[in-house]
Design a protein around this ligand. Structure first.
Ligand SMILES: Cc1cc2nc3c(=O)[nH]c(=O)nc-3n(C[C@H](O)[C@H](O)[C@H](O)COP(=O)(O)OP(=O)(O)OC[C@H]3O[C@@H](n4cnc5c(N)ncnc54)[C@H](O)[C@@H]3O)c2cc1C
Length: 464
């Protein structure tokens, strides 16, 4: 059976950026794919809250799966982005040294970048750094410039992958958390909140729950998730004029450290922190850490002392007890795992999907054939440096004045092939309520426009 009777060729557990990219890759190969997501929408885990940097892999461990996937992911993103209308903000990144010991480490970082194939990385003197970024604090000593590090839209990219997978026949089930599973020697029988489903293979892309899903499926897990929280402060758009380049610290063994970067939406972002926590569900923001981030931003760019804060948020990295990705398989059970994708998954997702698909196809077959044509649905642009919908005629009025979101954009998102399931999904697809007033002025209108169209209705009092 299949394409598309029961069982599916693969059930993907989790619709974060990795699950969405995985669904697209397998669907492009002609596989009958089901995606299970416990939340009402895609990108409800780590993938909803990151720094949105498309990394070159200049500081990734050499010869690692992570480096391979990041570079393959970066290249594929650049290759496909035109068709999907996915934006890039070409900022480049500077690893800045602020004291003598950091400066001493820059040549070693350059060597690693060159070893990792990032051939255009180069050292900048203090004068070169300040001529590129005059607003930096005067005590900057030198930097490593990585020109091809860029900023992307962290939500439209995975939405594009998922939308294409759906157009190729992949089935997405939301509010469909996996509850139990049984392998009968040939077929997986999965019991989910949305009913029973069967497949010849399962692919674990469950992020922060990855180890528990592996335990549930196999009876034991090869890895243990250790959630690592990252908090961010978003400065108002006026602050973005102070910095063009992504500003990275000299990394430590544990974290890439606090980054100061523009966002594709025109703001300036500082974060993330790196805080271990037991709780897998709640990435709370905390005042001392947010104040520390603001102080750090002002230390690096003194003019930010005057900047207003628009929003704060936090995400949980699905880190594990080891630094490397936890990608492995048990072919005799039709089990594949893309786990522990802690801090580079936005970049690496398309590469991880290729890597896991290569493992998968060593012992699995697709029931369909490769599609003759690849459907591509261009996504609406939300990037501030490109033309937005409000700048074009016939947009049906502005609904969110802070982020200049139009009625036509809200309607298009709600009517799209993969519509939002909740208010968070609508925000990520349009930017509504993401600006200065955080929805104070537009929640009632948004509730009325989305009435009956979200699986979790927007209740303005609850969303405030
Ligand atoms: C603070 C921070 C900054 C970052 N910055 C960057 C960056 O600049 N660049 C970059 O490339 N990467 C960055 N990352 C990393 C990137 O965001 C992650 O690597 C990536 O989002 C991981 O995606 P995932 O699909 O593996 O996990 P997730 O996005 O967490 O997806 C897993 C999904 O599985 C679902 N799920 C869980 N349990 C079940 C179940 N029982 N049944 C069904 N579904 C289930 C969850 O609801 C979730 O949607 C950052 C991450 C953080 C937290």
């Amino acid at each position: 059976m299949t394409a598309f009777g029961d069982p599916a060729d693969a059930i993907i557990i989790g619709a974060g950026v990795v699950g969405c990219a995985m669904a697209r890759r397998l669907a492009l190969e002609g596989a009958a794919v089901i995606v299970l997501e416990r939340a009402p929408d895609i990108l409800s885990g780590a993938s909803k809250a990151n720094s949105a940097i498309l990394h070159t892999g200049f500081d990734a461990p050499p010869d690692s799966v992570e480096l391979e996937c990041m570079q393959a992911g970066y290249d594929e993103y650049m290759e496909i982005r035109g068709g999907f209308n996915l934006p890039v903000l070409e900022t480049g990144a500077m690893v800045a040294a602020w004291d003598g010991s950091e400066e001493e480490r820059l040549p070693e970082l350059l060597d690693q970048a060159l070893l990792n194939g990032v051939a255009d990385a180069r050292l900048l003197s203090r004068a070169e750094v300040l001529s590129r970024e005059p607003a930096l604090a005067a005590h900057v000593r030198a930097a490593l410039l990585v020109p091809r590090e860029v900023i992307i839209d962290p939500w439209s990219a995975p939405l594009a992958y998922a939308t294409q997978a759906k157009a190729l026949g992949a089935r997405f089930h939301f509010n469909a958390g996996l509850q139990s599973a049984d392998f009968d020697g040939g077929i997986w029988h999965l019991n989910t909140q949305a009913g029973a489903m069967t497949a010849r293979s399962v692919i674990n892309c469950a992020g922060i729950q990855g180890d528990r899903i592996e335990q549930m499926l196999l009876g034991e897990a090869q890895f243990e998730i250790r959630p690592r929280k990252g908090q961010f402060v978003v400065f108002d758009k006026a602050a973005a004029r102070h910095l063009r380049t992504i500003l990275l610290p000299v990394p430590t063994a544990r974290t890439k450290g606090v980054v100061l970067t523009r966002t594709i939406f025109g703001n300036l972002l500082v974060g993330p922190t790196a805080e271990e926590q037991e709780d897998r569900e709640r990435p709370d923001v905390t005042r001392p850490e947010l104040e520390m981030l603001i102080a750090k931003a002002v230390e690096l760019v003194p003019a930010l002392a005057e900047a207003q804060v628009t929003a704060v948020y936090a995400g949980l990295r699905p880190a594990s007890e080891e630094k490397h990705y936890r990608v492995h398989s048990l072919p005799e059970k039709g089990y594949y795992c893309a786990g522990g994708i802690r801090s580079t998954g936005l970049t690496a997702a398309l590469g991880i999907a290729r890597h896991v698909q290569a493992l998968w196809s060593q012992s699995q077959t697709v029931s369909g054939s490769r599609p003759a044509e690849t459907p591509i649905d261009p996504l609406p642009n939300l990037a501030e440096h490109l033309t937005r919908d409000w700048q074009m005629p016939g947009h049906d009025g502005i609904v969110c004045h802070c982020e200049m979101v139009t009625g036509r954009e809200i309607d298009a998102a709600l009517a799209s092939p993969l519509p939002p399931g909740d208010f968070g999904g609508l925000r990520r697809r349009t930017r509504c309520a993401m600006g200065r007033c955080q929805g104070f002025n537009c929640l009632a209108r948004l509730a009325s426009l989305s009435e009956g169209r979200l699986s979790v209705p927007l209740v303005p009092e609850a969303a405030r």
